[in-house]
Design a protein around this ligand. Structure first.
Ligand code: SAM
Length: 235
């Protein structure tokens, strides 16, 4: 396990104007749909960098990979993925909130970090498990707020990820630090128990398939990034 403290690379130069625009949109949608959005601020460049780890360190150097990002939001993590992509990679950006999906489409046209991968990227305005089971990916990056979901809903999503992931492929996702402790103090009992069940389920997947976990302090709130590998040989 390691700790990541600061952003790196071209993401740190994201213009203030773009950050403010993304933050305003994110915050306004979080007020309307907190259950699905899961936080009030977009992820930081440091978290994006960590989430894109297995796009950078691909199993076979220079071999293109098929990438799925679930829950693209305002594109904070998508930018980290785009920065790590090489020619031949493909990227499916899935986002259930139509306002966010339209925003990501616009980023592919106009954002300096996203437009270079526009020809290889497709935005899907839908729930990730409605994407269909006939797809295959080498890398899945999930920004979904598991802590807000029931254990059954998270199990369905994790099962879906591992079904469409190639053997040897990786799944990266994050969760905020201290969520359980905060909920123990402020949440109603049934919400605390729901979240405890979800977090046991997620921990079980990490125990079975985890290959690496990193703490990212340079994010509000600080986060754990977990990387899991589907058993089997990389093609
Ligand atoms: C915590 S936000 C992360 C946004 C962005 N990736 C970031 O890190 O700033 C979670 C995002 O997942 C989307 N979302 C929630 N459930 C989803 C689902 N089942 N399928 C696709 N997107 C979903 C929400 O609309 C929201 O944009």
């Amino acid at each position: 396990m390691s700790e990541i403290q600061s952003p790196a690379g071209p993401l740190s130069s994201l213009r203030l104007e773009e950050r403010l625009r993304d933050t305003r949109l994110f915050f306004s949608q979080a007020l309307r749909t907190f259950h699905a959005t899961g936080s009030i601020l977009p992820s930081s460049a440091a978290l994006a960098h960590s989430m894109a780890e297995y796009v950078r360190s691909r199993p076979v150097p220079d071999k293109p990979v098929r990438i799925l990002e679930a829950g693209a939001g305002t594109g904070a993590i998508s930018r980290g993925i785009a920065a790590a992509m090489i020619p031949g990679d493909t990227l499916d950006l899935v986002e259930s909130n139509p306002e966010f999906a339209a925003h990501v489409e616009e980023l592919l046209r106009s954002d300096p970090a996203m437009s270079p991968v526009a020809d290889s990227a497709t935005v899907h305005a839908k729930l990730v498990n409605d994407m269909g089971r006939d797809r295959r990916y080498d890398v899945i990056v999930s920004g979904l707020p598991f802590a807000n979901f029931t254990a059954d809903a998270v199990r369905d999503i994790l099962d879906y990820y591992f079904e469409v992931l190639e053997p040897g492929g990786t799944l990266s996702f994050y969760g905020y630090l201290y969520t359980k402790e905060v909920k123990a103090v402020i949440a109603r009992r049934e919400d605390y128990l729901r979240q405890a069940r979800t977090s046991w389920l997620v921990q079980d997947w990490i125990d079975r398939y985890g290959i690496r976990s990193d703490k990212v302090f340079a994010n509000v709130p600080p986060a754990w990034v977990h990387h899991l590998r589907k058993p089997g040989k990389t093609g």
